[in-house]
Design a protein around this ligand. Structure first.
Ligand code: CA
Length: 633
């Protein structure tokens, strides 16, 4: 227990805020080391020859400079050596990796001194990214590095590694194309990777490190070693991640990085705590508070913590030419910090896509009005938010496996909300949903999804909530859900493999939290691309429709309110009209019949196409649990 008031963080911020460069600043002539630790009584710099050495090759005493910065300039070429700091204060001394380290040796224990030019694939800073679209045209695809290539039914060489993303001509056992080329052909514009920064719980020294999603941050500015070919060489992970980025860019897609600045895996003995005890964390009742549900929460609102997050994001955006960031538990980051970061990031990449989870993992001492939760979305206009409304109203609550939503049985209670969700969650007077439920007036702030890495996959949720359904019916309802995801205003998001009925069935039960489950549960089962070809083509067709017609990705609430109207049919079945388009949605177990003038059909229960598939003259029949998109001609 600590008397936190005695630390006076506000006073520290006022007196010691330092706006310069921190970390190891390398040139061939010398390396400048700079660490901010205003309350330390002494700081030593330890240089190691190899990351596995236990004895330092050199130890230097650092000099206290202005604003609580300790500095040491070491002459000579320290390239590819490793380093740590030993920070001494009243309570003792601790050796630690630098929080500003940009690479590390195995398991992230020692930082690395290196020349970033040595990590660049040819053309890395010149390859063209001008074709990568912005938020208004994005189709997001959430993918774990290891899940991408760990399935034995695909011929990857570099299974589970960054390098698998550079492999071409990947086929499944049926000889069908899978891997990156497949994802591109599906129509995806951005691959959102689960954490690729250095996380704690996979032993990088193991030949087969244990699987983890990676929401257990160890070193924010270092990449995860277990995804590299050589985790003992800190250059390997950087070079190979740059190859990954370039390979995805060359397929015309962007790369979005999942960042977890809300907590660290270690608390009182994290690198942050070792460099400056208590400063980087929020407190409650004398201890680190637990708004993350993971034992601590990062105090983003403190001046040097804010600078840290901004520096970290800018480093990744610039050094790796990233196209966006997804923020874990964004509700724990304060609004001023997020706005400061988006200003900085937009200077690096005006098209950058920023979104996150607008909630926390528990109570936080951060004042509610300053939390980037969904209900404060309007205060962080450059960020979009996962729409848990969309997720839960469309197919049932994620925390109750049997609970149904609009498409799987609960149509009558939910259809007005679903209309609102189709409008991107903005307030539309044509819809019977109160303004108090509409958390943004910018449709692009709504990330629309029914499946992500958390909770049951869409398929598994449908299975559990539709216990009498056969596979044909599950696929039909899956298609209806996909229509809602891709033809709603806002940002469409799917988890990798959702388009081929991704399941986390382990032989006994459906896994809803596979964060450390083996590859056999988590891997993308690439043979299902062939097995569920019709469904994959349906998803691809929906994506093409969205890309082709602006009507399904309008930019403002005003356009949406002006253009979209609804007609109710019965029991929650309805028609959404946009210009000459009518999307007829039938969640019922019976046919719907509508008289019409002549129309072209773009979507029916079997197919979705960006070109009209056939015309109907005076009558439309919409089959049970399906949608039709028609256009008047
Ligand atoms: Ca690691």
């Amino acid at each position: 227990m600590y008397n936190i008031d005695s630390y006076g963080f506000e006073k520290i911020d006022n007196e010691y805020f330092y706006d310069g460069s921190l970390g190891a600043i390398y040139t061939t002539q010398n390396t400048i080391f700079r660490v901010w630790s205003p309350m330390a009584t002494n700081v030593m710099l330890n240089i190691y020859n190899k990351c596995t050495d236990t004895k330092a090759q050199h130890i230097f005493k650092m000099e206290k400079k202005e604003k609580g910065v300790w500095e040491c300039i070491v002459d000579g070429d320290l390239k590819n050596k490793y380093y740590t700091y030993t920070v001494c204060d009243k309570s003792g001394e601790e050796e630690t990796i630098d929080i500003y380290a940009k690479s590390a040796g195995v398991n992230g224990i020692k930082g690395m001194i290196f020349d970033s030019n040595d990590t660049n694939p040819d053309d890395f800073y010149t390859h063209d990214t001008s074709h990568i679209v912005g938020k208004d045209k994005a189709i997001l695809y959430e993918l774990h590095v290891r899940d991408f290539s760990s399935d034995d039914n695909a011929n990857f060489i570099y299974k589970g590694k960054f390098k698998a993303f550079t492999e071409e001509n990947i086929k499944n056992s049926f000889g069908d194309e899978v891997g990156l080329e497949y994802i591109k052909n599906l129509g995806i514009t951005h691959i959102h990777l689960l954490p690729v920064f250095d996380y704690a719980t996979s032993d990088e020294s193991s030949v087969m490190p244990k699987y983890n999603w990676g929401y257990d941050p160890l070193n924010y500015n270092v990449l995860e070693g277990s995804y590299s070919i050589n985790p003992y060489d800190g250059l390997s992970r950087i070079r190979e991640f740059k190859e990954l980025v370039m390979s995805i860019h060359k397929k015309g897609m962007g790369v979005i990085m999942d960042v977890v600045y809300n907590h660290t895996y270690h608390g009182y003995d994290s690198c942050f705590s070792r460099i400056f005890p208590h400063y980087y964390y929020r407190h409650f009742g004398g201890y680190y508070s637990n708004g993350s549900g993971c034992g601590n929460e990062f105090a983003s609102e403190r001046a040097m913590a804010r600078k840290y997050i901004a520096d970290s994001l800018c480093y990744f955006a610039k050094e790796f030419r990233l196209d966006g960031f997804r923020f874990d538990l964004m509700g724990l980051i304060d609004i001023d910090t997020l706005n400061y970061c988006s200003e900085q990031l937009k200077q690096i990449n005006p098209n950058i896509i920023l979104y996150g989870e607008g909630w926390t993992g528990g109570d936080s001492p951060l004042q509610y009005h300053n939390q980037a939760v969904k209900s404060n979305a309007i205060k962080v206009p450059n960020y979009s938010f996962f729409s848990d409304d969309f997720r839960d109203f469309v197919k049932g609550n994620v925390f109750d496996e049997k609970n149904c939503g609009y498409i799987n049985g609960d149509n009558e209670k939910t259809f007005e909300v679903v209309k609102s969700l189709l409008c991107g969650g903005i307030y539309n007077p044509n819809v019977n949903r109160g303004i108090e439920y509409c958390w943004s007036d910018d449709p692009m702030q709504s990330v629309n999804y029914v499946e992500a890495h958390d909770n049951y996959t869409f398929h598994d949720k449908l299975r559990l909530s539709m216990i009498f359904a056969d596979e044909k019916e599950i696929i039909q309802v899956d298609k209806l859900g996909a229509v809602l995801v891709f033809l709603s205003q806002g940002l469409p998001f799917i988890q990798a493999g959702q388009e081929f009925l991704r399941s986390k069935f382990d032989g006994h039960s459906y896994n809803h939290n596979s964060y450390n489950s083996p590859d056999s549960i988590n891997s993308l089962k690439w043979n299902n691309v062939t097995k569920y070809k019709e469904l994959v083509e349906y998803y691809s067709g929906l994506i093409k429709i969205r890309k082709k017609f602006y009507e399904f990705r309008m930019k403002t609430a005003e356009e949406i309110c002006n253009k979209i109207t609804f007609n109710d049919i019965k029991y929650g079945a309805f028609i959404m009209n946009i210009d000459d388009f009518s999307l007829i949605i039938n969640p019922l177990a019976e046919d719907i019949h509508i008289d019409t003038q002549k129309v072209e059909v773009y979507i029916d229960d079997k197919k979705a196409s960006e070109n009209p598939m056939y015309t109907l003259d005076n009558h439309i029949t919409v089959l049970p649990k399906s949608a039709m998109l028609v256009k008047r001609i």
